[in-house]
Design a protein around this ligand. Sequence first.
Ligand SMILES: Nc1ncnc2c1ncn2[C@@H]1O[C@H](COP(=O)(O)OP(=O)(O)OP(=O)(O)O)[C@@H](O)[C@H]1O
Length: 233
Amino acid sequence: MLEVKNLSKQFAEHTAVDDISFTVNAGEVFCLLGANGAGKTTTLNMLLGFEMPSGGKALLDGVDLLADRELRRNKIMYVPENVNLYDEFSAVENIAYLAELSNTATANADIHAALKTAGLAEEFHHRLVGGFSKGMRQKVAIAFAILKQARLVLMDEPTSGLDPVATRDFIAVVQTLKAQQASVLIVTHDLQCAHLLADQIAIMSRGKIIDLIENKGVSLERITQRYFDNFAA
Ligand SMILES: Nc1ncnc2c1ncn2[C@@H]1O[C@H](COP(=O)(O)OP(=O)(O)OP(=O)(O)O)[C@@H](O)[C@H]1O
């Protein structure tokens, strides 16, 4: 479970993130939406340890995430908008290397199983990832999250530029992460994806969470309307 409590980030005079609090339970997906510059990436960056918060805290399963580098390295998986892999390595080799870096014990059979669970067809397991599409790279990253049993998976714009089939595959694989009891935090502009995946949808503006939608039986039309209502002139 991820608990974010009164998290803030100040850049000189500018407040990028302004006292936000939310909880992502184990096995839940939390989508963070908002206009450009709202503070979404800064929030992710603080959880990843890339930016020091000006205030507040974040706990992963009760442990202070911001103070614990090992915890971040071992228990968080970050899936950026464009997943960086070693192009001259195969999918299996990339995961073996990532596993080595984070002290995750792995057998080859486990890597294949994780790639399969993440939806990467077996014929691609030994191909060099240099020729992989965005969706395929994402599957490699998610396979690693599955393998290392990440407790928190952070994703930035995972569906931008994905075709409808790749989007469908992505949605299916996030269900696997949920089943594994990870907390999944997705920064996105994709309302449809948020509607399909999220347990909670937060709308951010000027550093604050200005609306929080419990996504149970709410229609996409209603969510879309609520999003626009928050930005009405
Ligand atoms: N390193 C930095 N130094 C100064 N200001 C910054 C820095 N990083 C972000 N900001 C500012 O903080 C605010 C929030 O930026 P952030 O990138 O978190 O927004 P965002 O919601 O992710 O936007 P987008 O949807 O465009 O990615 C913006 O006004 C941005 O200019």
